[in-house]
Ligand binder design. Structure first.
Ligand code: HEC
Ligand code: HEC
Length: 362
């Protein structure tokens, strides 16, 4: 081959083209981070990964810097069932990669089939939230990860159990050494590794992003464009599901009472439970709407199975109650306007990473 004079310029040309493509950020903005890599250890390229189109830089806390080794350990732990009390439940049991990192059910289902009380939010783009859970009771992904491991209705595992189970598996001792410098295992390190992995689970580059931030005029069909106008103006959705000039988080990271659950005899207090402030009654965190097509059912109690039901709920003005947010009011949308709004919501499907389940370490 080397002697073949005609193939050399061609090879050089391809190399140059690939180099230019990489330089232009093509790989970063278009390709899902983990896609087409099968069981490869971690996403390629720099860490944290460059943000996808439509999102800001991925926030990383100074006391838990990212490394390829930590991402990989986090991925192993995210799928690890053996630490749960009955050996059947991992993070990925409720946050299923094939179900938009949610579980396609009204509630979470933990060890021994125990039913939770809240809908499973996706972990896609959770890295951007300034607090975690529907009521914001965890301040970071690190703090959050310790919750489900110890929650009796989820994985129901003590720190002693986690250390014992993982410590008995040589491949884990080696993975902790690579990630943290020594093989010591603790709940804190498990949480740090899982949080680091979650920071690679970001998704943007949706048709909406390509239209709004990528200058691709044709990426957003006309009805979705009309839907976006409604989202901003008549329906006032942007009041809480923010769209900024250079990025669109679709959340304000705040808590609001839109009336979900306030129709119950004994409504869930939501944010009030955490702050003990009567003004926070029935408030829940505004979820991002990115990937919303993949994460049905909806709301903290998973009461709506379709986006049509969600739009009808807002159209009626939420559920009236003394603490209802002033930005929730009857919208009086026409059937065509509802269709346009739905068309817009369906363009928020981005390049969510496809993460393969790793082989269980031995
Ligand atoms: C039994 C099902 C179940 C398991 C197992 C589980 N989760 Fe969750 N997860 C949930 C539910 C339900 C919520 C919402 C709970 C709430 O807000 O009170 C949640 C919330 C979260 C959130 C917050 C997202 C947001 O939008 O605020 C993150 C992040 C998360 N889980 C990650 C994990 C990780 C990491 C693990 C494994 C260590 C895990 N989960 C295990 C069901 C589960
Ligand atoms: C006052 C703030 C506010 C406004 C305005 C608002 N939302 Fe929401 N949205 C929320 C909150 C808070 C939740 C979660 C409520 C809960 O579960 O109790 C939510 C939940 C949702 C969900 C469910 C997402 C999921 O993953 O479960 C969708 C979809 C949604 N909103 C779309 C819209 C649309 C469309 C509009 C405009 C018609 C809108 N929102 C207006 C605050 C708001």
């Amino acid at each position: 081959m080397l002697g073949n004079m005609s193939s050399r310029p061609a090879a050089l040309f391809i190399q140059a083209a690939v180099f230019l493509l990489l330089l232009s950020g093509w790989g970063a903005s278009r390709a899902p981070l983990w896609a087409a890599q099968g069981n490869s250890p971690a996403p390629p390229g720099e860490l944290p990964p460059p943000p996808p189109l439509g999102l800001d830089d991925i926030p990383v806390p100074a006391d838990n810097p990212m490394s390829r080794e930590k991402v990989e350990l986090g991925r192993l732990l995210f799928f690890e069932r053996r630490i749960s009390a009955d050996g059947t439940v991992a993070c990925a049991t409720c946050h299923m990669p094939a179900r938009g990192f949610s579980n396609a059910r009204q509630y979470g289902v933990g060890v021994e089939g125990k039913l939770g009380i809240r809908n499973v939010p996706t972990v896609l783009n959770a890295a951007y939230y300034t607090s975690q859970f529907w009521d914001g009771r965890a301040k970071s992904l690190e703090e959050q990860a310790k919750g489900p491991i110890q929650n009796p209705a989820e994985m129901n595992a003590s720190e002693e159990r986690v250390v014992e189970v993982l410590g008995a598996i040589p491949a884990y001792r080696e993975a902790f050494r690579r990630a943290f410098g020594d093989p010591a295992i603790s709940l804190d390190r498990v949480a740090r590794a899982v949080a680091t992995f979650e920071r690679t689970l970001v998704s943007g580059g949706s048709p909406f992003d390509r239209w709004k931030f990528g200058g691709e005029e044709a990426a957003l069909p006309a009805e979705a464009r009309r839907g976006f106008d409604l989202f901003k103006a008549k329906a006032q959705c942007v009041k809480c599901h923010l769209v900024d000039e250079f990025s669109a988080p679709f959340t304000d990271n705040k808590f609001h009472n839109i009336g979900i659950g306030m129709d119950k005899q004994k409504p869930e207090l939501g944010r009030e439970e955490i702050t003990k402030d009567r003004k926070d009654r029935g408030k829940f965190k505004t979820p991002s709407l990115r990937e919303v097509t993949r994460t049905a059912p909806y709301m903290h109690d998973g009461r709506f199975s379709t986006l049509e039901e969600v739009v009808d709920f807002y159209d009626k003005g939420g559920h009236p109650n003394p603490s209802l947010d002033p930005d929730i009011f009857p919208l009086k949308l026409t059937p065509k306007e509802k269709k346009d709004l739905l068309a817009f919501l369906r363009t928020l499907e981005g390049n969510a990473p496809r993460v393969a389940e790793p082989e269980a370490p031995r």
